[in-house]
Design a binder for this molecule. Structure first.
Ligand code: GLU
Length: 444
């Protein structure tokens, strides 16, 4: 992104994925007293880390070496589950932190999977479809039997999509002929066993969580989505669907952005989301759409609005810009867009934040539905998928809000104990995983 936050953040703030993950974990576990000694330490480590390096013959016939990772946090709740991302910033630390995040997400959603994540360090914008296909096939063959329908199940993530998942399925199927391999990967195209509703599931989950939270939270100036002014950072697979769904729910989409910059409506009314989608399809960016004002990604985050949805990259709201956020509610459609220091600032300013492990969990929820359909060789109707997604999102949002209300009030605690919704969600999720671990017993 042209003006996204640097990985190191501003002075004094450590934005490395491992640090952020450890700090969020630390804050939550301060509230978890009386657990078996050493258990939380165990839960903070990944069970398995695979790091591979492989050559790819490029379009110009030169050879480029790529580095890929797949981390399995644990197998306490079931097989590993989590996306594969293609991005220049992918490294072992990032993938590990995101694998842990997936465990908490699955626990909060009561999905029988454990956390995993994968990625290849590459710049997909500079690669042809042929090169991306070769990278995908080679990466999956390098992972070999470390992925599988009952061991570790990949899915889409940053800059991977249904086509990437089709290549993953095909590669795995070539390596394991003669059996039903569809459940090895989710987020596939419909005709290859993908689930209806998976494409917009993350955005729909985000919408349901926001609606439910507003109906429970009793925020005097923001009772619901009707007429709410929404700004969305990111207009990819999550952000673009979020713009459409929030608009359909009656919200006014006042600004959107992509990696090249953002646009805001010039007269304060909603952008026409269908027109923005058409403009982006034709021009490769939302920027320059007639009748809109241009702004930077940074500017978008700081606009006055009711709901701010970071739906792009990590580390977008940090200690540096959190004091300037003017939203009434922040909803994390991306993974890890807000740093722990920014969490403290937003909490102190009375701006609630729906955390990633809740707000973007719709994706993995429908991935789970896809996996179940694949195992049973069934195809559910879209209405059924969306109804089941709603049930899961509402239950998870209710659980987070209930925890939030039980934890000690922010004013009574040092900042590390602040009762933000992220901490509440993590307390709920970590406690569930800890209890399952103890019920199973430590082997042998
Ligand atoms: N990559 C998505 C996430 O971060 C989806 C994972 C999945 O569907 O397994 O939640």
């Amino acid at each position: 992104m042209n003006d996204t936050r640097p990985a190191s953040g501003c002075e004094g703030e450590d934005l490395s994925p491992i640090h952020v993950s450890q700090e969020q974990f630390r804050r939550a576990t301060t509230h978890l007293k009386g657990l078996k000694k050493g258990l939380l330490d165990f839960l903070s480590y990944p069970k398995r880390t695979i790091s591979v390096c492989f050559p790819i013959e490029m379009e110009d016939e030169s050879v480029t070496t790529f580095h890929g990772y797949r981390v399995l946090h644990n197998s306490i709740m079931g097989p590993g589950k989590g996306g594969i991302r293609y991005h220049p910033c992918v490294n072992e630390g990032e993938v590990t932190a995101l694998a842990l995040l997936m465990t908490w997400k699955c626990a909060l959603m009561r999905i029988p999977f454990s956390g995993a994540k994968g990625g290849v360090a590459c710049d997909p914008k500079q690669l042809s479809q042929t090169e991306l296909r070769r990278i995908t096939r080679r990466f999956i063959s390098e992972l070999g039997d470390n992925i599988g329908p009952h061991t570790d199940i990949p899915a889409p993530d940053l800059y991977t999509n249904a086509q990437t998942m089709a290549w993953i399925f095909d590669t795995y199927d070539m390596m394991h002929p003669g059996r039903n391999n569809r459940p090895v990967v989710t987020g596939k195209p419909l005709e290859l066993g993908g689930s209806p509703g998976r494409e917009d599931a993350t955005a729909r989950g985000c919408l349901i969580a926001a609606e439910r939270f507003l109906s429970l939270a009793g925020m005097p100036e923001l009772g619901g989505l009707d007429g709410a002014r929404v700004a969305i950072q990111g207009f990819g697979q999550v952000g673009a669907h979020a713009a459409r769904l929030f608009r359909e729910a009656g919200a006014s989409i006042t600004a959107v952005s992509d990696s090249q910059g953002g646009i805001a409506s010039s007269d304060g009314t909603s952008l026409d989301v269908t027109q923005v989608l058409a403009w982006k399809r034709e021009h490769g960016t939302v920027v320059g759409m007639p009748g809109t004002q241009s702004l930077t990604n940074q500017g978008l985050l700081e606009l006055p609005c009711d709901i701010l949805i970071p739906a792009a990259m990590g580390n977008q709201i940090t200690q540096e810009n959190a004091p300037r956020i003017q939203a009434r509610l922040v909803v994390e459609a991306a993974n890890r867009p807000v740093s722990p220091e920014a969490d403290d600032i937003l909490t102190a300013r009375g701006i609630p934040l729906l955390p990633d492990i809740l707000a973007n969990a719709g994706g993995v929820a429908v991935s789970y539905f896809e996996w179940v359909q694949n195992i049973e060789n069934q195809e559910w109707h879209l209405d059924e998928v969306n109804r089941k997604l709603r049930e899961k999102m509402v239950a998870a949002t209710d659980a987070v809000v209930a925890r939030w209300r039980q934890l000690p009030a922010a004013g009574d605690s040092p900042p590390s104990l602040c009762t933000d919704l992220r901490t509440a969600a993590l307390v709920e999720a970590i406690e569930r995983v800890a209890n399952i671990t103890l019920k199973r017993g430590i082997w042998p």
